[in-house]
Write a protein that binds this ligand. Structure first.
Ligand SMILES: NC(=O)C1=CN([C@@H]2O[C@H](COP(=O)(O)OP(=O)(O)OC[C@H]3O[C@@H](n4cnc5c(N)ncnc54)[C@H](O)[C@@H]3O)[C@@H](O)[C@H]2O)C=CC1
Ligand SMILES: O=C(O)C(=O)CO
Length: 321
């Protein structure tokens, strides 16, 4: 089996594939592949290991219907037309669970950075402005005992809630498609309506998948239902928030702060007004970017490819949104 990887793959997963005698060709150029280039490459391979943000749409799938597997190096699979892949019988797999802690840590990092205006203060040092301090200037806010609202209490949301309870004794409320009884029992999390989540959260952290239902959900009408003191965190997908509305909500004091690991669009341009706001922290989609986690993700993707090679059931096949 010949595998094409759209990026350089973390060593653990790569070794697993190579030890099994499979050939892996990695795209090593410091630029992404265009849609046409991806099709041209995939036509020469049996399996695709997708570690880039290329869209796997119907046009791609129809021209690459020979693929034995499309193994994603991500848990999110919003960039794949899963219905078309099912129809064309091309299996798609993802990497759930192994990246939950690292991604929740990123959301936690953003929350604390916004609360203490950390990115803003760092930029003050860079600008040579660390010369005079006032007891009332540029203050942050405490998180101790505040209410954390989680929208999408699945794997990552659960770890984020756990971190916030143990670090700050935060009260957890959540809105999810179904109940999360484990989190209710372990953390005293309380399931509320979406409207209650907006009205009661001091920090509102988004952890749903990007679906037609969640796309653009955080818009001006929704921000208006949040507390003026609230912090909005998005470490899920940028398209879940409307960035123009978010900028306006922050400029007008409708909400207090925002922490983003994902932006809309990506990459964020350096002149984006969010980057100059004291109560905003932005990271370039590094949720799962630790050595350990990326290796674990690569092993999971490799095991899915090996299963496709051996004709055994795929451990992490996705079939619907
Ligand atoms: N920033 C980053 O680098 C990363 C971002 N992600 C994003 O985080 C997302 C979540 O990942 P996991 O926690 O592993 O997934 P998960 O499937 O365990 O959790 C998602 C939760 O959202 C809920 N949900 C979905 N649609 C909903 C809706 N309309 N209303 C309320 N609840 C809804 C689901 O019921 C589920 O409990 C991924 O889909 C991905 O897009 C994941 C990893 C890294
Ligand atoms: O896994 C995902 O969905 C990511 O966004 C990157 O790890």
């Amino acid at each position: 089996m010949k595998i094409f990887a759209t990026r350089v793959i973390p060593p653990d997963g790569l070794e697993l594939l190579q030890r099994a005698g499979l050939t892996v060709t990695q795209w090593t150029e410091k630029r992404g592949l265009s849609a046409t280039e991806l099709i041209t490459h995939c036509q020469q391979y049996d399996a695709l290991l997708l570690a880039s943000d290329n869209h796997i749409d119907r046009a791609f799938l129809e021209q690459c219907r020979h693929l034995k597997i499309i193994a994603l190096l991500s848990v999110g699979y919003d960039k794949v037309d899963v219905a078309a892949a099912n129809e064309l019988r091309i299996p798609v797999t993802n990497t759930p669970g192994v990246l939950s802690a690292a991604t929740a840590d990123t959301a936690f990092l953003l929350m604390l950075s916004v609360a203490r205006k950390a990115f803003f203060h760092y930029k003050r040092i860079l600008r040579g402005e660390w010369n005079f301090s006032e007891p009332t200037a540029n203050l942050g806010i405490d998180l101790e005992g505040k209410t954390l609202g989680i929208w999408g209490l699945g794997n990552i949301g659960h770890v984020m809630a756990k971190r916030c309870v143990s670090a700050f004794g935060m009260k957890v409320i959540y809105h999810n498609r179904g109940r999360n009884e484990a989190a209710e029992k372990e953390l005293g999390a309380v399931r509320v309506s979406f409207e209650e989540l907006l009205a009661q959260s001091d920090v509102l952290s988004v952890h749903t998948a990007l679906t037609p239902e969640t796309t653009g959900m955080f818009n001006k009408d929704v921000f208006r239902q949040m507390k003026p003191s609230a912090i909005f965190i998005n470490a899920a997908r940028g398209a879940i928030h409307n960035e123009t509305d978010l900028i306006a909500a922050l400029q007008q004091g409708i909400i207090w702060g925002a922490g983003l690991d994902v932006t809309n669009p990506e990459p964020m341009q350096p002149d984006n007004p969010l980057l100059d706001m004291p109560t905003v922290a932005v990271l370039p989609h590094i949720g799962s970017a630790t050595v350990e986690t990326r290796n674990a993700m690569s092993v999971m993707a490799a095991k899915n490819i090996l299963a496709a090679y051996e004709g055994t059931p795929l451990p992490n096949q996705v079939t619907s949104l």
